[in-house]
Design a protein around this ligand. Structure first.
Ligand code: CP
Length: 323
């Protein structure tokens, strides 16, 4: 007989995507992140908020920014950290995703942060674990904490006014960041346009709350926030663009394209960057670029995520994200 899962019985809260986040939760989280950012600037940047808790950071796919920032965020909150990489683990002997996650839980994890190459992996774990699960990127599906860090970064520059014109450029088809950013930014009142070669736009995009374009130069003069995406060669982007040179000609943000942007526009990229293909080095290091700030914001935002989920605070999410 199929009864409720352990997870359903416990009433925990996960962060699996940006589609089911309530506005009140987003605002609470961004406010908490601002107070944690203040902590990060103290001489001793640590608070005891999660003392006694254990955060498992389980990565089945490569990462620099997300992994390090989750580990740092947990440590800044005084949590203990279990750091797990699939490489060199019993995954190589055939252990399943669920058995691996259950093993981390059995060792005392109070929260599991997971990155995986397959869409839906975090949700699969969330269904069976009785502790909060945070999706740190699953396949081409979602990367909610990246989008939250990006929104936090934009708010720092533009305040909380609505109606910003946000242009997302590049490999939309394979990008979990694009999906996460589009749904989150639209939910707080911004206007989204996704731009890329036709072969890198989603085929079934009816439900995306944005418009689509293939000509970047037409959109740049009406862009307040320009979000560049990495070409995901490991997911087949190479076959979709003809050649890197062709992509560079139409979509690379070089000095000339930067000059098409309005004064005060922000240039963002979640990283890692293919320099010279998505953006030129001089633009990446220019006054309009907030790429480094996105990384710093990621620590404060992930502190807020761990804090709210581990302590069971904040507004509940719906649509399966709330348990
Ligand atoms: N933006 C991002 O997810 O980067 P990493 O793959 O380095 O974590």
């Amino acid at each position: 007989m199929n009864g409720p899962s352990a997870a359903e019985l416990v009433g925990k809260r996960d962060l699996l995507d940006t589609e089911h986040l309530e506005r009140a939760f987003v605002e609470r989280l961004l406010a908490e992140a601002a107070s944690f950012e203040e902590v990060l600037h103290r001489p001793v940047p640590v608070v005891p908020a999660l003392r006694g808790k254990t955060v498992a950071v389980a990565f089945f796919e490569p990462s620099t920014r997300t992994r390090v920032s989750f580990e740092l965020a947990a440590k800044r909150l005084s949590a203990d950290v279990i750091s797990f990489s699939a490489a060199g683990s019993s995954v190589a002997k055939g252990e399943s995703l669920i058995d691996t996650a259950s093993t981390l839980r059995a060792m005392g994890a109070d929260c599991v942060v997971v990155r995986h190459g397959s869409s839906g992996a975090a949700a699969q774990i969330a269904r069976v674990l009785d502790v909060p699960v945070v999706n740190a990127g699953d396949g081409s599906h979602q990367h909610p904490t990246q989008a939250l860090a990006d929104l936090y970064t934009v708010r720092k520059h533009k305040g909380d006014r609505e109606g910003l014109r946000v242009t997302v450029v590049g490999d939309i088809l394979h990008s979990r960041v694009a999906r996460s950013v589009v749904t989150l930014f639209a939910s707080v009142g911004h206007s989204l346009t996704c731009v890329g070669p036709p072969t890198l736009l989603p085929r079934f995009a009816g439900s995306w709350p944005c418009s689509f374009q293939t000509s970047l130069d037409d959109v740049l003069p009406e862009t307040d926030v320009l979000m560049l995406l990495r070409l995901q060669f490991e997911r087949g982007a190479g076959a979709a663009i003809g050649s890197p040179e062709e992509y560079r000609r139409r979509y690379c943000i070089d000095a000339a394209r930067k000059d098409l942007l309005p004064k005060g526009a922000l240039i963002m990229h979640p990283g890692p960057v293919n320099r010279g293909i998505e953006v030129s080095s001089d633009v990446l290091d220019s006054e309009k670029s907030v790429v480094t700030e996105q990384v710093s914001s990621g620590v404060a935002v992930r502190m807020a995520v761990l804090y709210l989920l581990c302590l069971g605070e904040g507004e509940p999410q719906d649509g399966g994200a709330s348990r």
